[in-house]
Design a protein. Structure first.
Lengths: 134, 134
DNA sequence: GGGAGATCGTTAGCTTTGCTAACTTAATCC
DNA sequence: GGATTAAGTTAGCAAAGCTAACGATCTCCC
């Protein structure tokens, strides 16, 4: 199996899937950063998403225009902009999670005990490799 | 772990990695389709890469311009264009494989027998799920 | 044999998402 | 209080998706 093919195809598939929600993969990902947990500054978001600040500016602008997030100025530091998800934004992310979790549950249900053990073991391996290679 | 984040970040990382070869991820992937094995028509490539034909036209044009592939007309059917990798194109793909395989070998070497068994088992599970969900 | 329709690749034009460089505004430091 | 640093934005570029429409070629069928 060609590695590039595999990841690119996965990406393209996610892209199409996300479009059902009316959000591109990048917007979805950025939104999911603020959907739960504390609000983030725009710069934080850019760092989390490993994207330049101008790119994040644009993503947030689109999300704001469509009512998924809101921006709020910091009282103390006039340079900061805080990004928060709206109720609508949280709903979209929640819905996506629900779908994926249904999908996964369906497949996990078909696995026997041995398979599940193997899965847990491999997840640990993957995480170790991921950590080591930054 | 957020799914979108995970795949997007993996994608971005591959993109940066590929740029070391002077080729984008999409070009790399298309090139890898023709690097070994039989030549492909442009339409076949588009289908394999799950991309529209106009998009593949452009990818191939870029690869040809940079000397990674060559186009050849079909004698029988004037509509077909066959795409073949040049020696240079094959070299690039080979080099990429070599790198990844070194990377993987390094990590696999650190695994014990149980881990390796689990890995094989999980790969089978993944392939099953992938097949089922088209 | 020839016309209708299918197929293949391309062109044109749009959108999204990356980037860097340069700017504005605000905070901090000395 | 002036210089430097930091945060976000603007402008402008490139790559990679897409659809619609087009020309060339092949196929099919009367």
């Amino acid at each position: 199996m060609r590695l590039h093919g595999a990841v690119l195809h996965l990406m393209r598939r996610i892209r199409r899937e996300d479009l059902h929600f009316g959000l591109s993969a990048s917007r979805m990902s950025a939104l999911s950063c603020v959907a739960f947990g504390t609000p983030r500054t725009l710069g934080d978001l850019a760092a989390m998403e490993q994207v330049s600040r101008p790119t994040m500016t644009r993503l947030v602008a689109a999300l704001e225009r469509d009512g998924y997030v809101e921006k709020r100025a910091d009282r103390r530091d006039g340079r900061l902009t805080w990004i928060e998800a709206t109720a609508r934004g949280r709903r979209v992310i929640e819905e996506g999670r629900r779908r994926r979790s249904t999908f996964l549950a369906g497949h996990l249900a078909g696995l026997n005990e041995r398979d599940r053990t193997a899965l847990g073991r491999v997840i640990a391996i993957m995480e170790r490799i991921y950590e080591k290679s930054r």
